[in-house]
Design a protein around this ligand. Structure first.
Ligand SMILES: [Zn+2]
Length: 425
């Protein structure tokens, strides 16, 4: 016998709870609408689903997409943050580049665009990056107001276009694992998504009320069984919520947080597909804050990332032996400019000024003219950022190496795997 039936009343209540949990979950999936950039920016992680919705929507006015880096030199204390002048210069360049498109807009679309740019500026004037390395931000009137701080670097860019420019954000989101976190105690559980240093609580469930065993004077073991049944139901409902959240929120890994014996008991309830994705079990000491145990999850993610980087870079020797490897920034630019790169491995801290033609995705370490149209190349602070962005736009598999950077030392910090046979000119 694997169990006993509960009473009819309890049965009805349990089924009601299951139904309510499903309903509540579906309601929360309705897209969140933000009124200001401040609220959008502090709204927690973005799901790939939300990003896709942003891309699929049609917009009445142009969309402003902004990616802005907060490298340490841009955070010097000054009356006007340095990143504000970077923003102004990006804005100037883009307005110049898109003259034709801007002229095709209606008066009201142009007004809306002006308001959006002014609003973003105002937002940046008071924004404090606090641990963020960069931000991504999308704005089109009230139709689209979304932004998020990022724990990784991205190339500076400001785009004004009918559609949002999401590729850099998409790549960053895909390269960083989304963790479903289940914080479990005997009488409650909190399920959240942790991604790119941001956390969003999805749901909190309380264990079913234990009530009293029907008659006092029951044998002790029966009372014991009663409480066990309730714990059993609790763990079961948490597992059900977790399975649903894992799937719906595009999670890739699972972290369990709680006392060791309880987490071990929970193992039997956790769906196999989630058990296979277990990243870590955290047993926080009593009174530990969320921020404290999140650091343990970060450390586990870093370890995993380090292993993945080492495995990927271990393949480079083989490509080199087959004459399919370009190593060092100068050598790597050629296959990327020629659209012949397949994979790109680059140190996250690689920094070198360079020149670029944004219209033709042409990168150079020397000033000069674009080989395609002869216009003068524009200087950039860091060609590595541009290289990453251009490579991604070309569909190159890009891995930014942050944990095992020393493994790229023999390759000058950056390496590209090229197509097997270069087509003859
Ligand atoms: Zn050009």
């Amino acid at each position: 016998m694997i169990g006993t039936f509960e009473s009819a009343a309890e049965r009805v209540r349990r089924l009601g709870d299951i139904h309510q949990a499903g309903l509540r979950f579906r309601k929360m999936r309705v897209r969140r609408i933000f009124r200001t950039l401040e609220t959008a920016m502090s709204a927690g992680p973005m799901s790939l689903r939300e990003l896709r919705q942003i891309v699929q929507q049609d917009y009445e006015a142009p969309v402003v997409s902004l990616y802005l880096n907060f490298s340490p030199d841009r955070l010097v204390r000054a009356d006007r943050p340095v990143f504000l002048s970077v923003f102004e210069s990006l804005q100037h360049t883009e307005l110049e580049r898109r003259t034709e498109y801007l002229q095709s807009l209606t008066r009201s679309q142009r007004m809306r665009l002006q308001d959006d740019v002014a609003e973003i500026r105002l937002f940046l004037e008071t924004y404090r990056p606090e641990g963020a390395r960069s931000i991504a931000l999308f704005k089109s009137g009230d139709q689209l107001v979304r932004g998020l701080p990022l724990t990784v670097r991205s190339a500076d860019s400001l785009t004004i276009d009918p559609d949002p420019y999401v590729e850099p954000l998409e790549a960053i989101m895909e390269a960083n694992r989304r963790v479903l976190t289940i914080e479990l105690s005997k009488d409650a559980a909190t399920v959240s998504v942790y991604h790119l240093g941001l956390e969003q609580i999805i749901d909190t469930v309380k264990a079913p009320a234990e009530g009293q065993p029907a008659q006092s004077g029951r044998p002790k073991d029966e009372v014991q069984r009663h409480f066990q049944t309730h714990l059993h139901w609790h763990l079961e409902s948490v597992a059900r919520l977790a399975t649903r959240a894992f799937r719906e929120r595009d999670c890739e890994l699972v972290a369990l947080v709680g006392e060791a014996p309880l987490l071990d008991a929970f193992d039997d309830f956790l769906h196999k597909s989630l058990k296979d994705k277990l990243l870590i079990k955290v047993n926080p000491s009593p009174g530990a804050t969320r921020a404290q145990w999140r650091r343990e999850i970060d450390a586990a993610l870093d370890r995993l990332r380090g292993q993945e980087e080492a495995a990927a870079l271990g393949e480079l020797g083989r490509y080199r032996a087959h004459g399919r490897l370009a190593a060092g920034l100068e050598a790597v630019l050629e296959p990327v400019n020629l659209l012949l790169a397949r994979q790109l491995y680059i140190r996250s801290d690689l920094q070198r000024p360079g020149w670029i033609c944004r219209d033709h995705h042409y990168l150079s370490l020397q000033p000069g003219r674009c080989v395609f149209d002869g216009t003068e190349l524009a200087p950039v602070d860091n060609l590595a950022d541009e290289l990453i962005e251009v490579a991604r736009l070309h569909g190159v598999d890009v891995m930014v190496i942050s944990k095992r950077a020393e493994l790229l030392d023999p390759f000058g910090g950056v390496a590209a795997v090229t197509l097997p046979v270069a087509p003859s000119p």
